[in-house]
Write a protein that binds this ligand. Structure first.
Ligand SMILES: [Fe+2]
Ligand SMILES: [Fe+2]
Length: 210
């Protein structure tokens, strides 16, 4: 797997990466998105008791496949114009990448041993709040403009809303529910940048089942 080396000072200065580094970052991100998609596919098959839960994991996996597709498109653009670069996720560091890689390593090992639904929810929450998702959002913005970013953030908020709803309905872990709701609030805050409205105005369960 390619490694990400970050020339910290240079990246901070320019907020862009050299094309070679950028290509490596895309390759790493594609690998992580694909692993996330596979993890959610696995969850879809190991919790068959409730159709609603199964449909939820199916949607989550599908959205990860779209992230993978968006990154594949960026990789294609870079292949056609090797000197091209995009100002994506300037704050994404190697530590962030390592963090999600470790998270996925653990999640995959746990999934093999067998996990509870609550633990699967907890893992999804950690993944969805990761900086890798930020990278996809940034790339979509750079490629297709601000409206595309808004659309992607809305989908993320929708997913988080569904995740919170699932936790509320199928897990006894109230702390996890609070964490999910906090994450929704953060994303809504981001969508409304600059934030002016109070969090109290945020619907608690954004986008229940479609
Ligand atoms: Fe993703
Ligand atoms: Fe995601």
């Amino acid at each position: 797997m390619p490694s990400v080396r970050k020339p910290a000072a240079a990246a901070k200065r320019s907020k862009t990466r050299p094309p070679e580094l950028f290509r490596k970052l895309i390759a790493v991100a594609m690998d992580l998105e694909q692993r996330t998609m596979r993890l959610y596919c696995h969850y879809e098959s190991v919790f068959p008791e409730f159709d609603e839960v199964r449909a939820f994991w199916f949607d989550m996996a599908e959205h990860e496949s779209r992230h993978y597709g968006a990154l594949a498109m960026v990789a294609g653009l870079l292949e056609s114009a090797p000197e091209r670069t995009l100002p994506a996720a300037p704050t994404l560091t190697r530590a962030h990448v390592e963090h999600i890689r470790t998270l996925l390593d653990q999640a995959e090992a746990e999934a093999k041993r067998g996990i509870t639904l609550t633990r699967a929810f907890e893992t999804a929450l950690a993944i969805e709040s990761s900086e890798i998702e930020d990278l996809v959002l940034d790339l979509l913005t750079a490629l297709k403009g601000e409206r595309e970013r808004e659309r992607a953030v809305k989908i993320l908020i929708h997913d988080l809303g569904d995740l919170s709803y699932m936790i509320e309905k199928y897990s006894p872990n109230r702390a996890l529910l609070a964490k999910g709701d906090k994450l929704i609030e953060q994303q809504v805050h981001r969508l409304r940048n600059p934030p002016v409205r109070r969090l109290a105005s945020v619907p608690k369960r954004v986008g229940r089942r479609r």
